[in-house]
Design a protein around this ligand. Structure first.
Ligand code: ADP
Ligand code: MG
Length: 333
């Protein structure tokens, strides 16, 4: 049984005729201990999906199962014990920590909410959590403003881990940090993942970051899944033109190659009126009349790799950008 299972998850905001199609018919799973990446441009529905997975938002339709139990119809009370299993880490470590509370209270609140530790044991647990994320026990007495951005994100991670969740939903956890600090936080998450066996839904607009830390990757565009596969399948053998465009636009620095250029024409269409059929067709080099007719079903390839495209994307000329990437890459861990 998967730890998290999304089936046909759909979320519209607003009311007709001004409906925002934020997430449409999304299905995938996160297995125990697995790190699944959710990648796509800004506005593709990643944060909405992360919030739906925890029922921080109500679904328009579809189902979310956590440990096999449907959570889409549960009330707030019934959700509470399930919430202990799944915790959120946010992008902005400045905004997500209460500036008036000491670190001990910030982490302690999470313990108290689930009645996990009192007195000396609570204090010891807070110290243990701080050390787990690379901080020091005596940091517990300080306030958030006394820490750097990377340290604050460590506090946010310690708070999430306090309840020993099976799943962490991390929404752009390193996007607000300097590149060098990003690497430290990614290393920390990788380390925690192996030490604690915690699963993650790791959300980022940056495919390079996603590739570093994820076992499997879900590629979203305008609220829909374009492609799903292992990190290796997605990054070394991408089959959807959109995935290929994302990869071609973010080559690793290479002095012999021209700098990144813009490869996709035009902007993302408005989610108020997404294109009929394949939502990517208005920016796709392979689009034909058929693409406007029906939403392409997920087509199964080898080894769990699946793509929502009716065409053969091998014919697209990305100007050597994909090839370059393939040759440069070390296999993802
Ligand atoms: P991402 O995280 O990939 O950038 P979001 O999930 O934040 O994407 O947003 C997906 C779409 O849903 C966007 O068009 C956004 O404007 C819209 N949206 C998100 N939240 C709301 C809301 N509360 N009300 C109306 N529209 C929303
Ligand atoms: Mg977002």
């Amino acid at each position: 049984m998967p730890l998290l299972e999304l089936r046909g998850v759909t979320k519209y905001f607003g009311t007709a005729p001004k409906l925002v199609h934020a997430v449409e018919d999304v299905s995938f799973t996160v297995e125990r201990g697995e790190v699944v990446g959710l990648v796509g441009e800004s506005g593709s529905g990643k944060s909405t999906l992360g919030r739906l997975a925890l029922r921080l938002l109500d679904l328009t339709s579809g189902s979310v199962r956590l440990n096999g139990e449907s959570i889409e119809h549960l009330g707030q009370r019934a959700l509470r014990p399930l919430r202990r299993n799944a915790q959120m880490v946010f992008q902005d470590p400045y905004a997500s920590l209460n500036p008036r509370l000491r670190v001990a209270s910030i982490i302690g609140e999470a313990l108290d909410a689930h009645g996990l530790a009192q007195g000396k044991a609570r204090q010891a647990r807070i110290a243990e959590l701080l050390e787990l994320v690379g901080l020091q026990a005596d940091h517990a007495d300080r306030y958030p403003h006394e820490f750097s951005g990377g340290q604050r994100q460590r506090i946010g991670i310690a708070r999430a881990l306090a309840v020993e969740p099976q799943l962490i939903i991390a929404d752009e956890p390193v996007s607000a940090l300097d590149v060098s600090v990003q690497a430290q936080i990614l290393n920390l998450l990788q380390d925690l993942r192996y030490r604690l066996g915690v699963a993650m839904l790791f959300i980022s607009h940056d495919l390079d970051v996603i590739e570093l830390i994820c076992d499997r990757i879900v590629v979203l565009y305008l609220g829909r899944v374009m492609e799903i596969g292992t990190a290796e399948q997605i990054c070394r053998n991408p089959q959807h033109p959109y995935t290929q465009a994302l990869l071609a636009a973010s080559p690793k620095p290479d002095p012999d190659r021209p700098r990144t250029r813009r490869l996709l024409q035009g902007d993302i269409p408005s989610p108020l009126s997404p294109p009929s059929g394949c939502v990517f067709r208005t920016r796709c080099p392979l689009a034909t009349a058929e693409c406007a007719g029906a939403v392409p079903p997920m087509r199964d390839l080898e080894g769990g790799h699946a793509v929502a495209c009716i065409h053969d994307s091998r014919s697209i000329d990305w100007g050597g950008m994909l090839q370059n990437r393939k040759n440069d890459r070390v296999p993802p861990c």
